[in-house]
Design a protein around this ligand. Structure first.
Ligand code: HEM
Length: 465
């Protein structure tokens, strides 16, 4: 009954002066956890209508302040004194990857990542990615004729190609990309449940995880890998940070997930939007037509299509632990007290990305939303007459902004251009619509579809004449 008393104390929290509206939800202790898990986007949109741009919810014993005013995001993103990212991150690493890396300093890790995903490494990785994509897409027609239509779901087509090409790029294995992809998809499907602890750690989870650790580590010590490869260097980094061999293997799965889980699904939405919006498809095709590889660096129409795709599909939940009491000053001058031990979350998907005060008809895909009339990038957006700094935030912002952004953009562009220039690609049913979003994926990066979009493809005639 000690626990019972604790629960009562928790339940008895009430809103203090200067605190955001408090909503404890229908169930003691659990609060809003169940509705939150089911569909975070729908639930938080409802809370926004009820309480406004800031409110505190009880979620599984924890108090979470949700901030939905993009103009006030910087007060959270750039505060590393009162707010801390590593506690939330470590909790997820443990839950999802059974991984503990407590001794690695976030700044050291960030520096390592910047060195290995950006600058000189970036061009090396991008060249390798392009080669791998080309090989998989154009040369790998195992036993079937490239002139005949092949039918597949667009999601599995995109995810499988980008995953395998990315895996070959970062992990430099030759033989097992397809096996790793299959196992990874099983793991990816369990991910949301693992993160929310709503899945018992039964046999399936353990065996999928263990199988992936095994697959990833089997080449770990292989002499085939060059000593300066990305994964070798990662291992060295972990060793220097004092991480033991077991955790090194587990960390590889984390890296596999971080580097591979978003680009495939993003490419699916992008090609899916193009296939279901013929005007957009034509605009992109006519931009690509006649461009040389060099010219392809400047592609404002494609860039707008990508930004619009990410606006509609990128739904990361950015979380920080409040490690010191904080006064949060909103852009409108209002001040709120945040209590130590609580959590703060930003959900850019709801605002700015789906905010109707910023983006007209936010549910609609408009390929030229991020394009000015003179075909330059549109960067000026307003809310309530005020120009916004953050009008879309697919990559996060501040100290934890996506390290792989440039690599991801280049990879998606390479893939889409390869598909559009080398393949005939069409929907099996011309009237088909994009499948809906799987609502349990809100909060974990690029959302995934519930179901798939059947397409058929073959090599263009010019490719095999
Ligand atoms: C972090 C989005 C692709 C590497 C992040 C974060 C976001 C994001 C929103 C920050 C998460 C947070 O603040 O909690 C995306 C999107 C992608 C993508 C939308 C593709 C469409 C990639 C790729 C790589 C990558 C291809 C690697 C090659 C990373 C890494 C971090 C990260 C290493 C962790 C940064 C840190 O903790 O400081 N990504 N990402 N991402 N991303 Fe990406």
């Amino acid at each position: 009954n000690g626990l019972f008393v604790l629960v009562l104390i928790w339940s008895s929290r009430s809103r203090q002066k200067n605190e955001p509206p408090l909503d404890k939800g229908p169930i003691p202790w659990l609060g809003h956890a169940l509705t939150f898990r089911k569909d975070a986007a729908k639930f938080l949109a409802k809370m926004k209508t009820k309480h406004g741009d800031i409110f505190t919810l009880r979620v599984a014993g924890k108090y979470v302040t949700v901030l939905l005013d993009p103009d006030s995001y910087d007060a959270v993103l750039y505060d590393s004194v009162c707010l801390d990212n590593s506690q939330c991150k470590n909790q997820l690493l443990k839950r999802i990857f059974s991984l503990q890396l407590p001794n690695i300093k976030p700044t050291t890790e960030r520096r390592w990542m910047e060195q290995h995903f950006q600058g000189l490494s970036l061009s090396r990785l991008s060249i390798s990615m392009n080669t791998n994509l080309q090989n998989l897409l154009l040369n790998d027609w195992k036993g079937c004729s490239p002139t005949e239509w092949r039918e597949e779901g667009l999601f599995s087509f995109c995810y499988s190609l980008l995953f395998r090409a990315g895996y070959l790029t970062f992990f430099e294995r030759r033989n097992d990309a397809t096996a790793v992809y299959k196992e990874f998809r099983k793991f990816d499907d369990l991910l949301a449940k693992l993160a929310r602890c709503s899945l018992k750690r039964g046999k399936t989870v353990m065996s999928t995880q263990e199988r992936l650790w095994e697959l990833l580590s089997s080449n770990w010590s292989s002499e085939e890998s060059e000593s300066n490869s990305w994964q070798q260097s990662y291992r060295q980094f972990l060793q220097e940070e004092g991480v033991d061999a077991e955790m090194q293997n587990r960390a590889l799965l984390l890296q596999l997930w971080t580097t591979q889980c978003n680009a495939g699904p993003a490419s699916f939405w992008l090609l899916g939007f193009l296939l279901t919006h013929p005007k957009a498809m034509e605009a992109v095709k006519s931009e690509i037509r006649g461009l040389t590889l060099q010219d392809r660096l400047s592609t404002p129409v494609f860039d707008s299509v990508l930004s619009e795709t990410l606006r509609l599909s990128a739904a990361v939940l950015i979380s920080r632990e409040v490690v010191q009491d904080k006064i949060l000053r909103m852009a409108n001058g209002q001040e709120y007290h945040l209590r130590r031990g609580d959590r703060v979350c930003l959900f850019p998907f709801l605002s700015p990305q789906m905010d109707q005060d910023i983006h007209e008809e936010p549910q609609m895909f408009k390929y030229d939303r991020f394009l000015n009339e003179d075909k330059t990038e549109k960067k000026i957006f307003y809310k309530d007459g005020k120009r916004l700094k953050h009008y879309t935030l697919p990559w996060g912002a501040g100290g934890n902004v996506c390290v792989g952004k440039e690599f991801a953009v280049t990879a998606i562009k390479q893939f889409v251009f390869l598909v559009l220039t080398h393949l005939d690609l069409e929907m099996c049913d011309r009237e088909a619509k994009l499948p809906p979003v799987n609502p349990s994926r809100y909060g974990f990066g690029i959302v995934q579809p519930d179901g798939d979009l059947k397409v058929r493809y073959r090599l263009k005639k010019t490719q095999h004449e």
